[in-house]
Design a protein. Structure first.
Length: 149
C-alpha cells in the first residue's frame, strides 16, 4: 500500500521549535545585547563639527581712483577670489585665533586629560621638555593638529 505523506508546515510546528530552543534564543539575544552595550560604552566618543563660511567681497576691495573734478570716477574692483579665500583660510588656521578659542572655552574643557602626566618611562624622561608648556599651549597645539580647513 502506497501512502503518500504530505508535509505541510504550520504555525504550531514553528512555535514548537521556538519553545523547544527558547533558552538558546534568549542566551544569544542577551549575549548580543551585552556585547553591543559594552562596545558602545567602551568606545571613545568622537566629536566633529562642520561649518560653511560665506566670503563676500567688501569695500576693502573697492578702489576709487582720484581724478580731476570734471571727470567721472567709476569704482574699480580689484580682487582675486582664490587669493581672498586663501587669506580667510590662513586666518582661520592662525595660532592667535586658536589661542582665543582655547582661552574662551578653557583648555581642560576641550581636552579633559591635558593636565594628566603619564606614568610611563618615556613620559618621565621627556617631562622636563613638556613641563614648560602651559595647558593653553598644549591645547592650542592639539587643536591646530586636529583642525581641517
Amino acid at each position: 500500500m502506497n501512502t503518500e505523506e504530505t508535509t505541510s508546515t504550520s504555525l504550531r510546528d514553528f512555535l514548537h521549535v521556538v519553545f523547544k530552543r527558547k533558552n538558546h534564543i534568549l542566551l544569544f539575544f542577551i549575549v548580543t545585547v551585552c556585547t553591543v552595550a559594552i562596545g558602545t560604552i567602551a568606545a571613545k566618543p568622537t566629536y566633529e563639527a562642520t561649518a560653511q563660511i560665506l566670503v563676500k567681497i567688501g569695500r576693502e576691495n573697492l578702489y576709487v581712483p582720484t581724478v580731476p573734478a570734471g571727470g567721472n570716477a567709476s569704482p574699480v574692483f580689484s580682487f582675486n577670489r582664490e587669493e581672498q579665500i586663501n587669506s580667510e583660510i590662513e586666518i582661520l588656521k592662525s595660532r592667535f585665533l586658536l589661542a582665543k578659542v582655547v582661552e574662551s572655552l578653557g583648555p581642560t574643557v576641550i581636552y579633559k586629560g591635558l593636565n594628566d602626566n603619564g606614568q610611563g618611562l618615556l613620559s618621565r624622561l621627556f617631562q622636563r621638555t613638556h613641563a614648560r608648556e602651559s595647558p593653553v599651549d598644549k591645547a592650542v597645539l592639539r587643536l591646530q593638529q586636529a583642525l581641517k580647513v
